[in-house]
Design a protein around this ligand. Sequence first.
Ligand code: BGC
Ligand code: NOJ
Length: 814
Amino acid sequence: MQYGYFDDQNREYVITRPDTPLPWINYLGCESYFGIISNTAGGYSFYRDARLRRLTRYRYNNVPFDLGGRYIYLRDNETGDYWSPSWQPTGSDLEHYTCRHGMGYSTISGARRGIAASTRYFVPLGENLEIWQFTVTNHRLAPAQLSIFSAIEFCLWDAQDDSTNFQRNFSIGEVEIEDGVIYHKTEYRERRDHFAWFACSAELDGFDTQRDTFLGGARGWDRPIAVERGQSGNSVAHGWAPIGSHHVRLTLAPGETRRILFVLGYHENPKDAKFDPPDSQTVNKKTVKPVITKYLVPANADDAFYKLRDYWAGLLGICQVSTPDVHTDRMVNIWNAYQCMATFNMSRSASFYESGIGRGLGFRDSNQDLLGFVHMIPERARERILDLAATQLPTGGAYHQYQPLTKKGNNDVGGNFNDDPHWLILGVAAYLKETGDWSILKAPVQYDNQPGSEQALYEHLQRSFRYTLDRLGPHGLPLIGRADWNDCLNLNCFSDTPGQSFQTTTNKEGKVAESVFIGGLFVLAAKEMAAIAKHSGDVDEAAGYLAEGARMEQTVREHGWDGEWFIRAYDDSGDKVGSKDCAEGKIFIEPQGFCVIAGIGLEDGLARRALDSVRKYLATPHGIVLQQPAYSRYYLNLGEISSYPPGYKENAGIFCHNNPWVIIAEAMAGNGDAAHDYYSRINPSAREPIGDIHRCEPYVYAQMIAGRDAPTHGEAKNSWLTGTAAWNYYAITQWILGIRPSYDGLEIAPVIPVRWSGFAATRKFRGVTYHIAVQRKGPGNKVKLTVDGRPLRGNIVPGPTDGRSESHINITIE
Ligand code: BGC
Ligand code: NOJ
């Protein structure tokens, strides 16, 4: 069953009924000001950091979980009937409903009894504000007397404190109302220099800023007393719960349409100019007023929207493909790239599954997110790389997470996730391949954000690499530390106490448990380091990396191969994890995918055997599960992985993040059919017809789909913020379609399904627009290229030497 449809022309997903199985959301903003918005207008906004600068309130684990949002109420002043055109929060019946989620905006429309209303929400580029463009039309034959109420609830900034520290918070709320603009200034009197504001373009009939006045006693957002009565209370919040609500009355003639703008913004004042007059406690509004005035003009709001639309057309235009598969096209051309922007901005911080008060940006996660983002805005990728590297520790290890506002490493979580440093190498490699900007290697970067500790980024990479060599275990494999990519394989945390963190409670010495996965990761990192060193002219150093890589590969072959597949790890007792000798968890996906990506066994059939084992033991129609057989009980020596009921999350769920590792591995092994088949199994667009099984949004990837051991096999959870976005984008564009930035130019090496007759693509790369046409002439993967009519030797397009900015590449596959 479907809950909507793709409108590819407009790059929108159109939801046609409000009661989707779960809230289906979108992100507003892609720079500094962000919001989450559900298909029924639920969600919240924040400036840069979902925890530390939350503008509007969200109640955790609410039912439904998108309750609380950017609400508009309509009231028929003749009958007293009132409703939400976005369906929530009143839940009143609508005769017509659609939600169009687009690139950086959402338009939610609803009609009731001849009154059609529609609100487009978006964040203009370069501004710290969101615009709600509200339109209402009277389709009745008689005039309509209407009241319109806006409603948001302010968060008292630190979202964690806001949801826990009530003894204080109920007494600190403060607002100002001036010229109909509501200013939220809680804590402004003391250490904050920022405030929020909420303005309306129409003449007001009233306002409310105290929640209890607006809602009334013992009422929720579904039945505000002010709306029921048709009259705001003009309340001024002192303590309790500041909100923002405007009330506008309208008389609409038959057929008449009116437009109203509501604008919510964030503003900072200089520390020494907070008040006006300076010795007062009144917010200085001198610098914010021009912004407010500007965006209350409809033409300016429209203009900002068109700019946003053009901006996205530009970003997506960097890579556009036309293949025989609509789901591939739609994800590559629109939604997967779009999701990569969200994961780049949010890491794993703010969605309806990530609370925004927990994790900030993850070191491992953000480095991987670059794979799907770097081609869109390389400058931002560069900045991110340098920020991440600055949270690296002098040992070469790294803080596992950092807070985006402060950019400081998170002490609560600390480091010792022994895969972390290598993702920095892969992130930088991706940046270099895309941009050719080798200057980044010379950029001075601190360790642990300590001034004076600056060293060139290249030195950081060297330390990343050495980190593993300094931490080898009994078999010569990398020690795992707290965890590697799989946060739930906790081999040094024997936890028998409820509530302990599996990740940060480390009670084993950590000198025995080893990770074959990190072994594979290291082999790949060694190749990248060698290429980087070689390019920088350091041939000896390059040879050194290759030698270390080769040694590790040998170790993996000796101690990490189980006969039919790669072993996952050795535990604290030196016993194998992910081996035929294990009672449960005999085979894991991660080392199969990653060791092959690292090139291990591609020459001698080991890779093929590993991938055949994946097919035999792990592949399901809904995707590839993480391991088998699922753990049926809790194992003290394995940790969180065995805490999950079978089929969920890391315990044999389909962890969509690592499916593309197998997809890439299959492509590397020359098997385009298998690669694209696996790709399609988890492609959300391809899963749209089974919306009631999949349940999450059909336009973005979810972290997990329940595995075959779960009663809900096929059900997705944790949509949006997952490494799945970047890895699938990377897998389909660079390995299946084979349009692959490399150190020396654009490499073209498609490994597409045999039945495909070819495909076309446009790819902007290092200032040149490449028009790529691929034609299959035979069933293999051998490619022949002509560039602007001339045959090319090899398959790496070095880029035009004559300064031209367009180039045509024709490829035949035999
Ligand atoms: C989840 C992992 C996640 C980790 C983060 C675990 O509960 O299962 O997917 O990476 O928490 O700390
Ligand atoms: C989600 C985390 O964000 C990511 O860092 C980790 O690799 C996976 N879970 C697997 O545990």
